[in-house]
Ligand binder design. Sequence first.
Ligand code: 13P
Length: 252
Amino acid sequence: MSRRPLIAGNWKMYKTGPEAVETATTLARLCSNVQDVEVMIAPSFLSLPLVAESIKGTNINLGAQNLYFEKQGAFTGEVSADMIKAAGAKYVIIGHSERRQYFGETDTSVCKKIKAAIEVGLKPILCIGESDTQRDDEKTFSVLDKQVSNGLKGYGSDELAQLVLAYEPVWAIGTGKTASIDQVRQVHLYLRSLLEKLFSKDLADQTRILYGGSVKPENAKDLMGIEDVDGALVGGASLDADKFINIIKYNN
Ligand code: 13P
């Protein structure tokens, strides 16, 4: 099955509204002839409506970096799936390692967030990945197994039709250290077979599995060339449109 690659930019806590609009506008211009890959950017919540307006009619999609799983209510400081959808987003990143590390995100809250996203028709990008000590202790596969099984507990293949998985080894995020081609190949193959075991062959075949962790213009082509890698989730190198376009156009 052919899966259209997704190159997604996670802007994390960078850029004010005007700065986000400026980068998005430049990127949209640079992407006007991009057809073979899907492009997504995820600015801060505050910038979502502004960026949505500036990329209207272009081939760039919008995503959020998180959501809260309740529909509405007295949850000061939180943002619901409905609000994100109404702001113009199509994707939402869920369970990023920074959220797990600094904000107490667990597989249980991740699972509820996936449901909230699916219910409103947002495409969830579920982030998973092992830490350096877990890798050193040879726990990589058991950690990933737990994150996927528990994060997606209770769902059937039909509900997960829009799911995207993002493998982001924690030790490769923002460190300049990229996982080796062999490490990425092994993990992505493992994740695809895990999806088949837990859900179905169809779901395993259709789900895009992205790699994230120090993706740069210099290594994008090699990483994207790995079997079972269906795109990238890019942090630092997505903040600059001129850099990010060279990742998006990894094939040129
Ligand atoms: P870097 O590309 O800066 O390593 O960040 C990766 C990431 O966390 C994307 O979600």
